[in-house]
Design a protein around this ligand. Structure first.
Ligand code: FES
Length: 140
């Protein structure tokens, strides 16, 4: 299965406890968020494992949801900004990821969780490993 190649820490994902039902209810769904002015979508270029894909991400949707809907195979798990399985680094642009658990100083350095990242302008992101994000988050 091709997706297995994308999950360098697959065993870590498999050993995680399941997302509690009360948290699943909080999962973001398209249309749950506010619309940003009159802009209806932003272009997002995603670089993953050396391949670049450009998508239109409508206001109120996460980059991850749109990427998955367009057939990209990206690591993810909770889709609530909690598990840190979907990290990326912003090369350019700005996202709202206030629904995620990433610390503010890490977000200020340009790191993002794609499952909660909603573009506020055209963006370029590159996926990174979960370990890289955890090292930054832990201050290493
Ligand atoms: S999928 Fe869990 S933080 Fe993004």
């Amino acid at each position: 299965m091709q997706i297995l190649g994308h999950l360098s820490s697959r065993s870590a994902i498999a050993s995680r406890p399941p997302v509690p039902a009360h948290l699943k209810a909080l999962q973001r769904r398209p249309g749950n968020s506010r619309r940003a002015g009159s802009v209806r979508a932003h272009k997002v270029e995603i670089e993953h494992q050396g391949k670049k894909v450009e998508l239109e991400v409508p206001s109120g949707q996460s980059i991850l949801d749109v990427a998955l809907d367009n057939g990209m195979e990206l690591p993810h798990d909770c889709k609530m900004g909690v598990c840190m399985t979907c990290p990326a680094k912003l090369v350019s642009g700005k996202v709202d990821q206030s629904g995620g658990m990433i610390s503010e100083d890490v977000a200020d350095k340009g790191y993002a969780l794609m499952c909660v990242a909603q573009p506020q302008e055209d963006c370029k992101v590159v996926t990174i490993s979960e370990d890289e994000l955890l090292d930054i988050q832990m201050g290493n």
